[in-house]
Design a binder for this molecule. Structure first.
Ligand code: FES
Length: 145
């Protein structure tokens, strides 16, 4: 084997053996970037229609793209719309909106939450997660963070 052929074979061998490492490094960087991007992206998600919301002044969505949601209010006063994750922070029961007292009440052990999700009565000690709400083109949208 001539010297030139020897170096060609060695160079090709090095390239072939380092290719999987280079691909793995590129792939892992790409995944990290995508994960970082999705964590910081806010998206408005359509969770129902204005007709559904205005029927009772409440819209309970069990399986929205961002999980369970309870939207309270009507399209007549869109600035007063409220959206929360309806799972009580005590043991997870679904809270109900009490229009008369303007609060969320848990039927299981009596916890109560203000319209902004803050705890008013235990045994729950953490607030309900809240979301931004808007109405657009006859649909109800919620902003996931
Ligand atoms: S689950 Fe709501 S108060 Fe216990």
């Amino acid at each position: 084997m001539k010297r030139r052929e020897f170096f060609n074979w060695v160079g090709l061998g090095l390239l072939a053996s380092s290719l999987p490492v280079a691909l793995a490094a590129f792939t892992s960087e790409d995944t990290t970037f995508a994960a970082t991007t999705s964590k910081t992206t806010k998206k408005w998600q359509k969770v129902g229609t204005v007709t559904e919301l205005d029927k009772t002044g409440q819209l309970l969505v069990e399986n929205s793209p961002i999980g369970a949601l309870l939207v309270v209010g009507t399209s007549k006063k869109p600035k007063n719309l409220i959206a929360v994750k309806p799972n009580c922070t005590h043991q997870g029961c679904t809270v109900e909106w009490n229009t008369k007292n303007s609060e969320f009440a848990c039927p299981c052990h009596g916890a109560k939450f203000a319209s902004n999700g803050k705890v008013q009565n235990g045994p729950a000690n953490k607030p309900l997660k809240t979301y931004q709400v808007k109405i657009e083109a006859g649909a109800v949208f919620v902003l996931s963070v």
